[in-house]
Ligand binder design. Sequence first.
Ligand code: FES
Length: 132
Amino acid sequence: MEKTCRERRRLLKRLALFAGGGLLLWKYLVPSNNGKAKRELLRVNKADLPHQGALVFRESRVAIVHEGEEMYALSLVCSHLGCTVNVTSKDLVCPCHGSVFNRQGEPLKGPAKGPLQRLVLQDQGGTVAVLA
Ligand code: FES
């Protein structure tokens, strides 16, 4: 009986060591993203970019906005609970709980307290890539 308990403990220790070793190997051998490599959400021909206003990609939940001299991409994922924000002629409105954001993505009306995420626009010759 005592021998069986000892063997069971030894087996559990080996399993714990094996699992810990596996986790260490995973951590050091599998490359992590660390926010350095951005993921391409979509690519747009430069000719299709708006001269003024917003170009909305609902499936990708992205809007490319051209305001004055500035062009930028906004995530349409609401900073409150993640619903997809609608783009209107003057602002962005969340249909779920009524948050309103200005064209720069800053919250004008809650419950959302944070801004919409600005995404990276990367010039790639004849196209522009939106990266997150
Ligand atoms: S998810 Fe947008 S206001 Fe709640």
